[in-house]
Design a protein around this ligand. Structure first.
Ligand SMILES: Cc1ncc(C[n+]2csc(CCOP(=O)(O)OP(=O)(O)O)c2C)c(N)n1
Ligand SMILES: [Mg+2]
Length: 780
């Protein structure tokens, strides 16, 4: 640590203490400015969390300006965002202008954002818990990349989460602990800002020490930083032990209330509880009110000396939980108040705070406000020498070449899920470079989502080799699960949150490590909902992966309502940074997968979601390849309508045979009837919206693909739309050119049954399509 070696330890501590104060000031001021000084136009609260920042400034000063190495990555608890910006302001990476625009358009974001903030942000945060677990999975990804020769061991870093204590209530934390243990997690620190306050209240005393048990069981080292140096020294004085015992048994709520009330209240309570012990009383009374309050709140997480000692002592690979005791709002008049989560200093409190720090009016944004020239110059030198100042910006990862075509699996009858497995298997057997970059993962559904072929070829990833016991014992099995460092499948337990967080970490390999992975994850389509927030988190972070939801819809038939997905098409359409496709035929799927592997690597690309099925259907015979370009834009005419036709059937995915059969039946009576295969309701809708927005913004634009397709029909034509999912995914098409729509699809829970029964019951069969078309036609 450059900063430590070139200075005396006392100098380092003193510099970090100054930095702690500067971070407290800048974060408080940034929030104050946005709420009390910047003109308001909408009467809405701007917000920001001064108390949440105040409890973690010493931790962040010690971490960023002492312990952090350039190759380490940090996830900062959402409400400490302003401190991260203040750190980068001091380092010269952030502008005053953007800090003045905190929570305004284009300014510093409320919570650290990889994509929207201009400073280096390793991990986005916001939805509590997810930004913590992502560090563990990123550590696993780093191990994967080391094993595959994509990252050098000496370049490997530590993945660190700075977390709020209430994040420990999120279930995804424990799912992650279990998975981490299975995968022999290393190089991961979680540092808890243990202020024992959440948003609503002080947290339960009963959890004291329980976290230690849970983490230690999962292979973590737990380091508790309960007392600051001042407290430890006081405990050693005569009567000090009783004081220590008192703090240890003080309920969280009492401690918080006394902190808020300050010195006199501390004294009164300590006299009442410990006054009978003469030495302890003497010790208490050796402090004036302010000194006593400072002593009682000198917890480990506010003592830079305690913090750097703890960080310095944890230099091995063991995953480590630091429980750093803190006071929410430490150093501010908000300290300890149970309602302080969204509390804010009022202007006169802020005035006092400013004056107390010796900051002159008008100097509030100065980098080293309130400090003398010598101290300022010294701090500047100190931070410039800190390892974090040498961090390089995220590297551009070279693109991995995608073959011009992916072979289409043979077979006149195929399901998209089986075809998916075959395409991946062919890739696994190929010598394509791209195949080496694919990494597959699934939450315990590898076999049933047809990833098995790929895994048999490429193996499971495991740092330490593990034999396939069944294979070695010559017990017949279709699955060969050899586990080794070169394996390309990460097998996860059945926890969809982990699955999506793992995809997020894998999908950020390019910006994090400067080398690409092409992650492919499969999950039963209905259980996307189980990990939906984590999926959203991955997309928000702009992670790039291919998500395959399969099987889907009531076409799962006998599996019943609990496993049949209904609203995933709407998720696919509504989720930003995720392009959703639902192929009907294997050749469409091959084209989409190829498109996806390219799209995932484009600067303006995104993740891709394929909704597949196990229902095998007859494949169509193509006259030419003209369909393909349109299919990749969201839809193509499987049966082109005659110009000005009065009606069309529009379908997506697995119900292609029903749509085709209905078309056959109706074509005689409805001359020129079209049959539109919507391969991506998402792309079609997005493109339509975007073209309209462009027109409104005065940008010249071509008609959207939906308009181009539908303009083959007569104005006011009728559309029967059908898919195995929410009808709303297609019914909007009527709005594109003002057409009448009869939407078919599922809008209530499914149930067990065979396909004919279910399609009839839920009106997805050709008869339902014919009926709907007749109604539209007759009504014409
Ligand atoms: C998933 C999720 N649920 C709810 C919230 C709203 N929320 C923001 S912070 C918070 C509590 C924070 O407490 P803690 O983690 O202890 O942080 P600190 O005390 O340091 O502010 C809650 C409930 C959120 N951000 N994410
Ligand atoms: Mg808290």
């Amino acid at each position: 640590m450059a900063s430590t070696t070139s200075r005396s330890r006392q100098d380092v501590i003193s510099a970090l203490e100054h930095l702690d104060t500067q971070l407290l000031w800048l974060s408080s001021w940034m929030i104050h400015n946005a709420n009390h000084i910047r003109p308001k136009r909408d009467g809405l609260k701007v917000g920001g969390h001064q108390a949440s920042c105040a409890s973690i400034t010493a931790i962040m000063a010690a971490l960023y300006f002492h312990a952090l190495r350039p190759q380490d990555k940090v996830s900062v608890k959402p409400h400490a965002g302003p401190i991260l910006h203040a750190i980068h302001y001091l380092l010269g990476n952030q502008s005053r202008d953007l800090m003045e625009r905190f929570r305004g358009l284009g300014g510093v974001q409320s919570y650290p954002s990889r994509t929207k903030d201009r400073i280096p942000v390793d991990f986005s945060t916001g939805s509590v818990g997810l930004g913590v677990a992502v560090t563990a999975f990123t550590s696993l990804v780093q191990d994967y990349l080391i094993s595959h020769g994509q990252v050098k061991v000496e370049d490997s870093g530590r993945m660190i989460a700075l977390m709020g204590d209430a994040e420990l209530d999120e279930g995804n934390i424990y799912e992650c602990l279990i998975e981490g243990y299975k995968h022999d997690l290393r190089n991961c620190w979680w540092i808890v800002d243990y202020n024992r306050q959440s948003l609503d209240a002080t947290t339960a005393d009963r959890m004291f020490r329980r976290f230690d048990d849970i983490f230690e069981t999962c292979g973590w080292r737990v380091v508790t930083l309960k007392y600051g140096k001042r407290q430890r020294e006081a405990f050693k004085k005569p009567g000090g032990q009783a004081l220590e015992g008192w703090i240890d048994s003080c309920p969280n709520a009492d401690f918080a209330a006394l902190t808020y009330q300050g010195g006199p209240a501390w004294r009164a309570r300590l006299h009442a509880d410990l006054g009978a012990k003469a030495q302890t009383r003497k010790l208490i009374d050796s402090y004036d009110d302010e000194g006593l309050a400072r002593l009682m709140t000198n917890l480990g997480g506010h003592c830079v000396e305690t913090l750097i000692d703890a960080f310095d002592a944890a230099q091995d690979e063991v995953p480590t939980l630091f429980i750093a005791y803190t006071v929410k709002g430490h150093g501010l008049p908000l300290a300890g108040h149970k309602d302080n989560h969204s509390g804010m200093m009022n202007p006169s409190q802020m005035e006092q705070f400013r004056a107390g720090l010796g900051i002159a009016e008008g100097q509030e944004w100065e980098k080293w406000a309130g400090l003398g020239d010598n101290v300022a110059a010294d701090l500047q030198t100190f931070i410039e020498a800190s390892p974090i100042a040498c961090s390089r910006p995220e590297a551009q990862a070279p693109t991995v070449a995608v073959p011009p075509r992916l072979p289409v699996p043979d077979g006149t009858e195929q399901s998209t899920q089986a075809a998916f497995g075959r395409i991946l298997l062919d890739l696994a057997k190929s010598g394509e470079e791209m195949a080496d970059r694919i990494v597959t993962t699934a939450p315990d559904v590898t076999q049933t989502t047809n990833l098995g072929g790929f895994v048999n070829q490429r193996g499971l990833f495991r740092r330490q080799e593990l034999a396939d016991v069944f294979h070695n014992a010559k017990i017949p099995s279709a699955q060969r699960w050899s586990q080794h460092a070169a394996g390309q499948h990460i097998e996860l337990g059945i926890a969809e949150n982990n699955f999506f967080i793992a995809l997020t970490s894998l999908g950020l390999a390019a910006p994090h490590f400067g080398t690409r992975l092409l992650p492919v994850g499969t999950v039963y389509d209905p259980f996307i909902a189980r990990g939906l927030d984590a999926l959203n988190y991955g997309c928000y972070s702009d992670a790039r992966f291919l998500l395959v939801g399969t099987p889907s819809g009531i076409s799962l038939a006998a599996e019943g309502g609990a496993h049949q997905s209904i609203n995933t098409p709407l998720i696919g359409m509504g989720q930003p940074n995720l392009a959703y496709f639902e192929p009907a035929f294997a050749d469409e799927l091959a084209a989409m997968m190829r498109w996806a592997f390219e799209h995932m690597q484009k600067p303006d690309g995104s993740s891709v979601y394929l909704r597949l099925t196990t229902r095998a259907i007859s494949q169509v015979v193509r006259d030419d390849g003209a369909w393909e370009a349109d299919a990749l834009k969201g839809g193509y005419w499987l049966r082109k309508p005659s110009q000005g036709a009065e009606a069309a059937i529009v379908f997506t995915g697995v119900v292609a045979p029903e749509a085709l059969a209905a078309w056959e039946q109706l074509a005689e009576d409805m001359p020129g009837l079209g049959l539109l295969n919507v391969t991506s309701p998402d792309l079609l809708h997005r493109d339509w919206s975007a073209q309209r927005a462009a027109r409104w913004n005065g940008v010249a634009s071509k008609p959207s693909h939906a308009e181009t397709l539908l303009s083959d029909l007569a104005p006011g034509a009728g559309l029967v739309t059908v898919l195995d999912g929410s009808p709303g995914a297609l019914s909007w098409l009527g709005g594109v050119m003002g057409m009448r729509v009869s939407p078919l699809g599922t809008d209530r829970f499914g149930q067990t049954g065979d396909l004919p029964d279910l399609y009839r019951t839920y009106r997805l069969d050709s008869e339902a399509i014919v009926d709907a078309a007749a109604e539209l036609y007759l009504g014409n």
